[in-house]
Ligand binder design. Sequence first.
Ligand SMILES: NC(=O)c1ccc[n+]([C@@H]2O[C@H](COP(=O)([O-])OP(=O)(O)OC[C@H]3O[C@@H](n4cnc5c(N)ncnc54)[C@H](OP(=O)(O)O)[C@@H]3O)[C@@H](O)[C@H]2O)c1
Length: 276
Amino acid sequence: MISTPTYTLDDGTTVPALGLGTWPMDDAEAERAVGTALELGYRLVDTATNYRNETGVGRGVAASGIPREEVVVTTKLPGRHHGHAETLASFEESRARLGLEYVDLYLIHWPLPRLDRYVDSWRAMIELRERGLVRSIGVSNFTADHIRRLERETGVLPSVNQIELHPLFPQADLRAFHESKGIRTESWSPLGRGSEVLTDPAVVAVAEALGVTPAQAVLRWHTQLGALPIPKSGHPERLRENLDVFGFTLDPAQMAAVTDRPQRRLGGDPEVHEEF
Ligand SMILES: NC(=O)c1ccc[n+]([C@@H]2O[C@H](COP(=O)([O-])OP(=O)(O)OC[C@H]3O[C@@H](n4cnc5c(N)ncnc54)[C@H](OP(=O)(O)O)[C@@H]3O)[C@@H](O)[C@H]2O)c1
């Protein structure tokens, strides 16, 4: 079994430095992948109401036999449930589907600035944490301005911001902002989601020099940035490969080579993306 280093969040909880993504798995796939991943040593699983696989994730965690307190289960509030009462109700539905007494990390999935209800949701999430139903609260796809507004209006910063982050979109400014506020960056689509990232000649060259696979080089790059990548795979051999990234180090030139290319997003722009 591979053991991962951990990060301590600003609220004092600890989380593994790498986890498992589960989109777009269905319940059956998620249950299988979570079971395999936990056996291999993964201790953080990422799901969301909108992935429609919380039931499978919960079953995978329960069947693993691993003590509950050793697994970090993350889920996310969908856009259609923004608002104070709606967030509390949505959380209860997620908790029931997951079959858990508490959720470790609860995130607002997208800010939906046009709807302008994310501050109401944030207040509800603060309450959920105070009631012990959620260990840590955070956001996803928030810009620095969205986070500054949460801080201004509630005095509470998110512990985590889960953002699109990979070699094509390294997000240096937002990462620096997170660091200045003590917010942990979590990387979604960390491998570039089937794009050219894993066949890029510079990434392949770094991987070959280190004697690892391109996916391993990229995931190690994330962790050396201080980010927490959540690669998705349903294949046992890839799950193992993706976790086994802590026994080598990219030097500064290799870190730079991984991102030395024009930048582009693969997903939505948080200022305008609407997902309900
Ligand atoms: N907060 C958000 O808005 C948001 C948005 C997108 C994603 N996410 C989260 O982030 C997770 C990861 O993002 P993602 O799934 O978009 O992209 P990703 O993890 O960057 O890439 C997943 C793709 O890479 C393949 N893959 C995995 N390991 C590999 C390896 N070692 N070698 C070669 N290919 C490999 C997978 O195929 P196989 O499965 O066939 O192995 C899959 O096609 C999601 O599952 C989800 O939990 C969050």
